[in-house]
Design a protein around this ligand. Structure first.
Ligand SMILES: Cc1cc2nc3c(=O)[nH]c(=O)nc-3n(C[C@H](O)[C@H](O)[C@H](O)COP(=O)(O)OP(=O)(O)OC[C@H]3O[C@@H](n4cnc5c(N)ncnc54)[C@H](O)[C@@H]3O)c2cc1C
Length: 381
């Protein structure tokens, strides 16, 4: 076992932190208040090469291995304070680029991956519906084959990246009598008649990441826009979720590191009862626990990423990493606010925004309860 980054990875990590600090932090508080997605940051990330990191070079990507991608995402989370933007970036990578790479035809890959990798296009996926969240495959959306086309009808909710999205990976059932085995993925381009953006949704956190409802009203797509084949939606979604749960919270590791550094500095400077508050074990212990959570989270995410880089399954490990790091981040945000006392509670100190952003980690990509169901399932429960 080797727990160190290679020289190239360490240099890349530094470069990503520099880029993120310099280019991705303008007006975060204002954009959070106004729920504004930073299009210009997206373009910068495209030019820097972040958006296509896991995409093979032959399709315009960076061809990075999983651990290098995780290393870059962690560095982004450390340098960039806009967690909403990073969430949008992760949704794009893990739920549009990755399924295309694994299930797309050569023609689909050539058509879409270069645009997604360069940042010219934004990707997203539409699975959740008003009546089906955790029980995703009980969806009501239907797709019917008519000659050389599919006609999709249904409604989706809680969909990320919609208002700025170009390529929608839409799931619908082609044969409800087969249950989950009828669920199928389709590639639907923005502007396709019948693809209708619904109500914009206003969130507690991640407010710079756009979200809305999506309706599919007799939405016709050419038959060649099927992703995989009829009935392979379950395999596509499981594949996306395994990757997403492995990597999406790498940026939270960076966020936790940033919060720890802020807390240590404050604990050294802030004096009460004639000495720095860091001298009180109540405060020092909170910081020690933050460190334990960060280091444990790193080990879990790196292990899941390593398994993926070996081409191995990591369903269980990804669920453990996702569960632990999402909950660890919420606790770390709460502790950071506590250490800063009244100041921590003030918007100016920016930790309340991190907390609001972090809470969603326990819900998206499968709730904490569902991760526990998966983990217990490996014990036959
Ligand atoms: C910020 C954010 C971004 C999102 N982006 C997208 C997106 O881009 N595309 C998309 O398709 N979806 C997206 N979602 C939706 C997300 O995947 C769902 O919210 C999530 O899967 C939970 O579904 P639900 O909200 O319907 O809750 P429900 O499934 O109704 O769950 C309600 C409660 O019941 C619990 N529960 C449900 N089933 C079980 C069980 N078997 N055992 C124990 N407890 C259970 C849940 O854990 C939860 O506490 C996003 C959500 C959020 C918050």
């Amino acid at each position: 076992m080797d727990f160190s980054w290679s020289e190239e990875q360490a240099a890349f990590r530094k470069e990503v932190i520099r880029f993120a600090k310099q280019e991705l932090n303008d007006d975060v508080a204002k954009r959070d208040r106004e729920e504004e997605f930073p299009v210009e940051f997206w373009k910068k990330c495209g030019a820097f090469g972040i958006l296509g990191l896991p995409v093979p070079q032959e399709y315009g990507g960076g061809g990075a291995d999983t651990l290098t991608t995780v290393c870059a995402l962690e560095a982004l989370g450390y340098g960039c304070k806009d967690n909403g933007f990073l969430f949008s970036l992760n949704a794009h990578m893990w739920t549009s680029e990755l399924p295309l790479m694994a299930f797309g035809t050569e023609e689909q890959k050539r058509r879409y991956l270069p645009k997604l990798a360069s940042g010219e296009w934004i990707g997203l996926h539409c699975m959740t519906e008003p009546m089906s969240g955790s029980d995703a495959y009980s969806m009501r959306s239907r797709a019917e084959r008519k000659g050389d086309r599919y006609v999709i009808n249904g409604s989706k909710t809680f969909i990320t990246n919609t208002t700025h999205g170009d390529l929608f990976v839409v799931f619908a059932n082609v044969d409800p009598s087969k249950g989950a085995n009828g669920v199928t993925g389709f590639l639907v381009e923005k502007g396709t008649p019948g693809l209708v953006l619904g109500k914009k949704l206003h969130k507690m956190g991640l407010r710079t990441s756009p979200m809305s409802e999506v309706a599919l009203v007799d939405c016709e797509v050419p038959a060649e826009n099927i992703l995989g084949k009829e009935g392979s939606g379950q395999a596509i979604f499981t594949h996306s979720m395994e990757w997403e749960r492995t990597c999406i919270l790498a940026s939270h590791l960076g966020m936790m590191q940033r919060l720890i550094e802020t807390c240590v500095k404050y604990a050294r400077e802030r004096q009460q009862f004639g000495q720095p508050i860091g001298k009180y074990s109540a405060i020092a212990n909170m910081i020690a626990d933050m460190e334990v959570r960060l280091e444990t989270g790193r080990l879990l995410i790196y292990k899941a990423a390593w398994l993926k880089s070996q081409g191995r399954h990591a369903l269980r490990e990804a669920a453990i990493a996702k569960l632990f790091v999402s909950e660890a981040t919420v606790q770390t945000c709460l502790d950071a606010i506590q250490i800063h006392g009244g100041y921590g509670y003030m918007a100016e100190y920016e930790m309340e925004r991190d907390l609001r952003d972090a809470v969603s980690g326990k819900i998206y990509s499968g709730t904490s309860e569902i991760q526990r169901v998966i983990i217990a399932g490996f014990q036959g429960l």
